[in-house]
Design a protein around this ligand. Structure first.
Ligand code: PLP
Length: 384
């Protein structure tokens, strides 16, 4: 019997940006039209209003908007004068921008291993990485924990290691913004937090965008200067190097509308995650959220025995169900990054995860019947 004969093959999206667009309806059109009306395309009133709302949303004193999540990371490292000879610790199991920000400034990213259960930085491996950096004659300066797939890093484990070494803590919340750790939203853990508004992130805009959250007034002033060419008293007084890293006013206007529905979307993503866990926990290792944390589920990533995921991906694809692999090749094995040091003798968990992970469709508008199609397809493909 061809059991696929009765399967619905209509393609489903991995992330449904269009469904959200439909829900927001004319509110976004009107917000963009207001900007087109006043013509303050850079640093218009919506930018400052959005920064105020974003800071209030997560409880940080300040939010500084910028052109991308990558720029948010670079601006903070720049403001801390991080450069050649400095070690910046980050996971190898992340999107490349985390390490790229340090490398672009001439600093040395030093790769740290992660926990298999959370995909996030392992504090013991961070300790080993600090020792490795010292052995190589580097100055340990900063650590960038990543809230991978939407789950906050283990700040209680990382902070004491960082504090003992006087490391600056820059939380990369590009995937996790909106999630909570011990009841507080990301944005106030560590010394600064960077996030991204790339369209597919949990809080995305309609182009590129990002922000830095911090409670540090002096840091905020430096960030503002670096955001626009290192300006001093005015923009033709250049006191340091900087970038063109502003958030467009149109994107701020879009984000103000998106922020209104963000909490509701987070709740919807959590319902999707729970349904996946119920449907798949006996056939795959499903992600578990540790006590005291919530996730915004930027990705729903399951783990399978090495060698099984390619067949699963092919089976699902044939039924119109997309999957993705984040990340098939960790940074310490990438051409652009393989010359940089790794903690201790290697990153065994990172290497293992790269062979086990596969991510399933996840967004706030995934209907239960469509999701059940995904769950059934995964179970069939795994022979259950
Ligand atoms: C997306 C992402 C970034 C970079 O954000 P952009 O806005 O695309 O520059 C940085 N770190 C992580 C973990 C990301 O997922």
């Amino acid at each position: 019997m061809n059991q696929h004969a009765r399967v619905d093959l209509k393609p489903i999206p991995f992330i449904d940006v269009a469904a959200q667009r439909r829900r927001l309806g004319s509110a976004v059109d009107e917000a963009v039209a207001r900007v087109l009306g006043h013509c303050q395309f850079l640093m218009g009133p919506e930018v400052f209003e959005f920064e105020r709302q974003l800071a209030a949303f997560c409880g940080a004193r300040h939010a500084l908007s910028c052109a991308s999540g990558t720029d948010a990371l670079i601006l903070v490292l720049m403001a801390k004068d991080i450069g050649p000879g400095d070690a910046v610790f980050c996971p190898a199991f992340t999107f490349c921008a985390t390490a790229e920000a340090a490398a672009l400034l001439g600093a040395t990213p030093v790769f740290v291993d992660v926990h298999a259960e959370t995909f996030n930085m392992d504090a013991d491996s961070l300790k080993a990485a600090i020792a490795t950096a010292r052995k190589l004659g580097l100055r340990p300066k900063a650590v960038i924990p990543v809230d991978l797939f939407g789950l906050p890093a283990d700040f209680d484990a990382i902070a004491p290691v960082a504090r003992a070494e006087n490391l600056f803590i820059l939380d990369d919340a590009a995937q996790g913004f909106g999630a909570t750790y011990k009841g507080r939203r990301l944005g106030t853990f560590g010394d600064a937090t960077a996030t991204s508004f790339f369209p597919a992130k949990p809080l995305g805009c309609y182009g590129d965008g990002g922000a830095v959250l911090t409670d540090d007034d002096a840091l905020l002033e430096r960030l503002k200067s670096h955001r626009v060419h290192g300006g001093g008293t005015d923009k033709y007084d250049n006191v340091r190097l900087g970038m063109t890293a502003r958030l467009d006013t149109i994107q701020a206007a879009v984000l103000i509308e998106k922020l209104k529905i963000f909490e509701d979307e987070i709740a919807a993503r959590d319902r999707v995650a729970r349904r996946y866990a119920e449907g798949l926990s006996d056939v795959a290792i499903v992600p578990r959220v540790p006590e005291g944390r919530t996730s915004v589920w930027a990705q729903y990533t399951i783990r399978l025995a090495p060698g099984t995921r390619d067949r699963l991906a092919d089976d699902l694809k044939a039924q119109g169900i997309p999957t993705a692999i984040y990340y098939p090749k960790p940074l310490h094995r990438q051409q652009a990054y393989k010359q940089y040091p790794v903690a201790g003798n290697g990153l065994p968990v990172t290497d293992r995860l790269a062979d086990e992970v596969i991510s399933l469709p996840m967004h706030a508008y995934l209907e239960p019947d469509v999701q059940d199609r995904v769950i059934e397809a995964v179970r069939r493909a795994l022979g259950r």
